[in-house]
Design a protein around this ligand. Structure first.
Ligand code: HEC
Length: 140
């Protein structure tokens, strides 16, 4: 009886290890645009919170991961591996909005280094407009 429960325990353990490694694999092979968006979402929430708390030097760091993820998305687009949920034939327009978005992001990082609250607020509202503009056109 005791031996059986030990066997059951180890079976359960190896099963959970298997699930974990499969879960990890899904993360690695996931759509790079979605990965970028999840990171961007976090960085943007952090941005709002940093503004509200007047903690402007806390803005930049979360955008580093977004930047790396964006490079991967760009490469995937070049290889034709990204399919947009809507208006996939208008990928040029998608790239235009994306470039505008990231130019504004660079401005945001500069302004956050200078702790320029007014500029940060202006750019944040422009960024939000671009999230919405792009989602309306390309997201389900
Ligand atoms: C250049 C276009 C573009 C911009 C700008 C953009 N998004 Fe997205 N976003 C998309 C597309 C397209 C999808 C859908 C991806 C899919 O489902 O394949 C998406 C999906 C998402 C998702 C869902 C991810 C998931 O797991 O399904 C979140 C969250 C998100 N965006 C947040 C944001 C936020 C926050 C901003 C602005 C700070 C933003 N996005 C700006 C194009 C954009």
């Amino acid at each position: 009886m005791k031996r059986l429960s030990i066997i059951v325990f180890f079976a359960a353990l190896s099963l959970s290890a298997l699930t974990f490694s499969e879960g990890h694999k899904t993360m690695v092979t996931e759509n790079p645009l979605k990965v970028e968006m999840v990171l961007l979402n976090e960085a943007f929430k952090n941005l709002i919170e940093s503004i509200v708390r007047n903690n402007l030097h806390g803005i930049e760091e979360a955008f580093h991961d977004v930047h790396m993820a964006r490079n991967k998305t760009e490469e995937a687009i070049e290889r034709g591996e990204i399919t947009l949920p809507k208006n996939n034939d208008k990928i040029k327009e998608f790239i235009e909005i994306d470039e505008k978005f990231h130019t504004n992001l660079e401005g945001l990082i500069k302004a956050s280094k200078k702790e320029d609250m007014k500029k940060i607020q202006q750019i944040t509202s422009r960024l939000l407009d671009l999230c919405i503009q792009c989602h309306v056109k390309f997201r389900d």
